[in-house]
Design a protein. Structure first.
Length: 176
């Protein structure tokens, strides 16, 4: 089940919280609740992705991207993800979710997200996402321009460029 109460809390916190610059890191303090765990008991792998969605929503609201999207009738779409799990997140444990916009390639934004407990990184993800309208993907430059950051481009790290190339090599229709 989608964590609607968490979403409401994060949206309200983001609306009334400190705004973020486009290159700042969003930080959310969270707890692993019983609805987050699987049979083992640890946070379910799919729940990591769902909570990372909430981290990107928080970042979008606090940077002003969300209000720009709403006023232009745009929405958001994830177009790729690579997630790495390292340490388990057990029930009722606190953890921190960090979200950072790494850069863009003109079409897609690339986010790096990680969950941490203390100094231990529990999971990390590279997310490719875009802003969309009924006509399709909105060019990143147009989105950034409406946000007042038309010239922002920090350049993608080499490991992200390598991931993009590797992802392009993957066949889409392997299973019949």
């Amino acid at each position: 089940m989608y964590p609607y109460f968490r979403l409401a809390k994060i949206v309200l916190g983001a609306k009334f919280g400190r705004p973020l610059k486009i290159d700042e890191t969003g930080r959310l303090s969270m707890i692993v609740w019983p609805g987050d765990i699987d049979f083992y008991p640890e946070m379910n792998n799919g729940r990591h992705m769902t909570l990372m969605d909430l981290g990107r929503i928080d970042l979008a609201i606090r940077t002003g991207l969300f209000s720009i999207a709403i006023s232009n009738r745009w929405s958001f779409a994830v177009a790729g993800a690579s997630l790495r799990y390292r340490y388990r997140l057990r029930p009722f444990r606190r953890f921190e979710l960090l979200t950072q916009l790494l850069g863009h390639d003109g079409r897609w934004f690339y986010f790096f997200q990680k969950t941490k407990r203390g100094d231990s990184i529990c999971s990390s993800a590279l997310i490719r996402a875009g802003v969309t309208s009924r006509q399709g993907i909105i060019p990143v430059e147009e989105v950034l321009s409406k946000m007042g950051h038309g010239d922002w481009n920090r350049g993608l790290p080499e490991w992200v460029k390598a991931w993009i190339k590797a992802d392009e090599l993957r066949p889409v229709h392997l299973i019949n």
